[in-house]
Design a binder for this molecule. Structure first.
Ligand SMILES: Nc1ncnc2c1ncn2[C@@H]1O[C@H](COP(=O)(O)OP(=O)(O)O)[C@@H](O)[C@H]1O
Ligand SMILES: [Mg+2]
Length: 158
């Protein structure tokens, strides 16, 4: 049985988050993303309701947004712990140059304006255990197109 957990992906646009979800979690975890309701107000509230409903049904979840700041993460972390789930961060360690380049190779709606990536990069705070994460991993995309995942003892980045 998959352990009840809330996985929070953290990283720039085009850092590989959704691809990682598909490869690692699609068969076991529900996918939750604010992209599912782009125009709605109170997106954080709607997202929280989806997280809560899934965990209440015993379904592990993956939160697939940029989730750049502790303020973006504190609500889901508290909610998951209230539901008895462990909370795991995956930090996508991508430079802004690499994300800009991958974004330029995307087509149509999948491509975001460069300024969106630069804005997220200026706000991004690597996850720390003090936020309440039970475990933190760093993810790097390799030149071979695979994901290199390594555990982090305390915090990542800087
Ligand atoms: N392991 C990988 N190595 C290199 N490029 C990748 C890898 N995984 C995904 N990509 C490419 O990177 C781009 C962004 O991936 P995506 O998963 O959509 O990122 P995000 O969800 O963080 O915006 C896509 O164009 C995808 O083809
Ligand atoms: Mg994505």
């Amino acid at each position: 049985m998959t352990q009840l957990e809330c996985v929070i992906l953290i990283g720039l646009q085009a850092s590989g988050k959704t691809s990682f979800y598909r490869e690692r979690f699609a068969s076991t975890h529900e996918h939750i993303s604010k992209d599912s309701f782009p125009t709605a107000r109170n997106r954080a509230t709607r997202q929280a309701a989806l997280i809560d409903a899934a965990l209440a049904r015993g379904r592990p979840v993956v939160l697939d947004n940029t989730n750049p700041t502790p303020a973006d993460r504190v609500g889901p972390i508290r909610l998951a712990h209230t539901r008895g789930a462990r909370v795991v961060a995956y930090y996508f360690d991508s430079t802004r140059q690499a994300s800009l380049a991958r974004n330029r190779r995307r087509q149509g709606k999948a491509r975001v304006p460069d300024v969106a990536i630069l804005t997220t990069a200026s706000r991004l705070v690597p996850p720390a255990r003090a936020e309440g994460f039970d475990e933190i991993f760093r993810v790097r995309l390799t030149d071979e197109g695979t994901f290199a995942v390594s555990p982090c003892a305390e915090t990542v980045g800087e």
